[in-house]
Design a protein around this ligand. Structure first.
Ligand code: CP
Length: 317
């Protein structure tokens, strides 16, 4: 089947979703990211791979980590970076998303990093741009957040190199989480044998088992012996109606505390894509504790996003 993310030689031309990406491309991104980790340790934190290129960040939805790390990553690759402030742009006057993009292409933008609350927004743009333009999905609705999924598996691989011998638990609001979907696809593609989701029924997609995960509703059962605990934010902004009794009740049952974490493998790492709701899905003692790799996730996000942009820029039409 035609994959809109790949060119006819099977090279990555857009990054829209992890679903459907071949294992070889995931590995190419992770291995390339590995080579970029050291750039941050240099006195001059720059490589010339995107010199002369313009990367345009268009975020229709709020972001702290993704937007800034894409900007840092593009600058470390020596690109020119343009951050469109959507709130003060002509979008407010009714300009369509494609007209906005085409105007930026007229200014010689080469690559777009797009976040949107509507699933499929980045895919839609990718379908309508010229072949030399690259589009990266920086999160679309509940659908996909491929660079987050990639930086999560990159972080896991750094701390737990034997991916074929891992138990990973994703805990919380899987239903509304584009991160969970991307991560499950990345983990299964990379051959992680046991992926668990732990959540109340109201926060799980119908037939979630079809994604290749084991379902748990009880934290005490689901956390037993896992090597990685990935906490997910309660996405109140995407919920229609009350899916939970209260934040306090949720924390009691599904919040990660030191006591619950003790059920996991003693060397288990704790992850969270951010932003965190402390005291709702995770206790501060765990978020800031010795097993937390939440801030290293952010740091590795720069190398992973550098890798994605460098690979896209190197792909041929
Ligand atoms: N993880 C993540 O997407 O964070 P931001 O919303 O801050 O970009």
């Amino acid at each position: 089947m035609n994959n809109p993310q790949l060119n006819q030689d099977g090279q990555l031309k857009h990054l829209l979703s992890i679903e459907g990406l071949p294992k070889a491309i995931l590995k190419q991104i992770l291995d390339t990211a590995e080579s970029f980790v050291g750039v941050a340790e240099r006195e001059v934190k720059k490589v010339p791979l995107l010199r002369g290129k313009t990367v345009c960040n268009i975020f229709f939805e709020n972001s702290t980590r993704t937007r800034t790390t894409f900007e840092i990553a593009a600058k470390r690759l020596s690109a020119d970076v343009l951050n469109l402030n959507v709130g003060t742009s002509s979008q407010a006057k009714g300009e369509s998303i494609l007209d906005t993009v085409n105007n930026l292409i007229a200014m010689h933008a080469d690559m777009f990093v797009v976040r949107h609350s509507q699933s499929g927004a980045a895919h839609f743009i990718a379908q309508h741009v010229a072949p030399h333009i690259h589009v990266i999905n920086a999160g679309d609705g509940r659908h996909s957040h491929p660079t987050q999924g990639l930086l999560d598996v990159f972080t896991i691989r750094r701390y737990k190199p034997d991916m074929h011998n891992l138990r990973v638990a994703l805990v919380g609001d899987v239903l509304h989480s584009r991160v969970a979907r991307s991560e499950i696809h990345a983990l299964t593609t990379l051959g992680v044998p046991e992926i668990r989701v732990i959540a109340p029924k109201t926060l799980l997609p119908v037939q979630v088992e079809k994604l290749g995960v084991q379902v748990y509703h009880d934290m005490h059962e689901g956390l037993k012996g896992v090597d990685v605990v990935m906490m997910l934010r309660l996405q109140n902004e995407r919920m229609n109606g009350a899916l939970l009794p209260s934040a306090q009740e949720y924390f009691k049952t599904y919040g990660l505390t030191q006591e619950k974490l003790a059920l996991a493998h003693p060397d288990a790492i704790v992850m969270h894509p951010g932003p965190m709701n402390r005291g709702v899905e995770i206790d501060s003692a765990v978020a800031d504790g010795s097993q937390s790799v939440i801030l290293p996730q952010v740091t590795y996000g720069i190398a992973v996003r550098m890798a994605v942009m460098a690979i896209l820029a190197g792909s041929t039409i």
